[in-house]
Write a protein that binds this ligand. Sequence first.
Ligand SMILES: CC(C)(COP(=O)(O)OP(=O)(O)OC[C@H]1O[C@@H](n2cnc3c(N)ncnc32)[C@H](O)[C@@H]1OP(=O)(O)O)[C@@H](O)C(=O)NCCC(=O)NCCS
Length: 213
Amino acid sequence: MAQPGWFPERLEGDRVVLRRHVPGNLRAFERWYADPEVARLTRYQDGPMRRDEIERFFAARVVGRDSLALAIHERRNDRLIGTTAFSQLDGENGSAMYHITIGEKDAWGKGYGTEATQLMLRHAFGTLGLHRIALAVFEFNERAIRSYRSCGFVVEGRAREAIWRDGRWWDEVTMSILDSEWQPRSAAAGRAEHAEPGVRGTVERTPQEAAAP
Ligand SMILES: CC(C)(COP(=O)(O)OP(=O)(O)OC[C@H]1O[C@@H](n2cnc3c(N)ncnc32)[C@H](O)[C@@H]1OP(=O)(O)O)[C@@H](O)C(=O)NCCC(=O)NCCS
């Protein structure tokens, strides 16, 4: 369960801005998750989500506190293009699962997803003080795997032949990144850029602080 203080006001990069979802974003979710191509890359079940499933998902995991979810907006025109989230936030062990969906397909392959993931990792490790972020991705989702690798995620395991899709079995790949791996990458990126885009916003209590007696 995400504590209110863990949500940043906004996370700002060169190309995308992440900020809290608003109820009106449900319309975009209905379009994104009804798309067979988006569903193929993101769902364990075959086929798109039903409207009632999307509404439940949006209420619990997007505007609710089950996850720390943020909307992805293109910076140049503020268009809503996707969503990103940490779920299974575990303050005691400093870990969370990471998720991202850019639902506007014309925004794929432009570096937005990689930048959004970098901003989320900076929030997780740099601000919340988490220790480990993990994710699961289907073996055939090469664009996502490349993006995650370039953010520093490494493959830590495979659930063999866990997914039946397009007439064959595929592995589900588990990837993760630790704070000890993120810190030197972040420092090197900071040195290279001289000025990193800042994470603007306030966080009242980190998961560790919240979990502390
Ligand atoms: C996965 C996703 C977040 C990636 O974000 P993106 O903005 O599209 O991707 P980026 O442009 O940041 O980078 C993708 C990387 O894959 C490469 N790539 C782009 N299109 C590709 C394709 N069709 N096949 C394989 N690799 C591709 C890019 O060159 C880049 O790699 P590089 O940095 O080594 O050059 C986004 O495509 C998305 O949300 N897709 C639909 C939902 C989804 O798959 N979510 C993830 C579920 S685990």
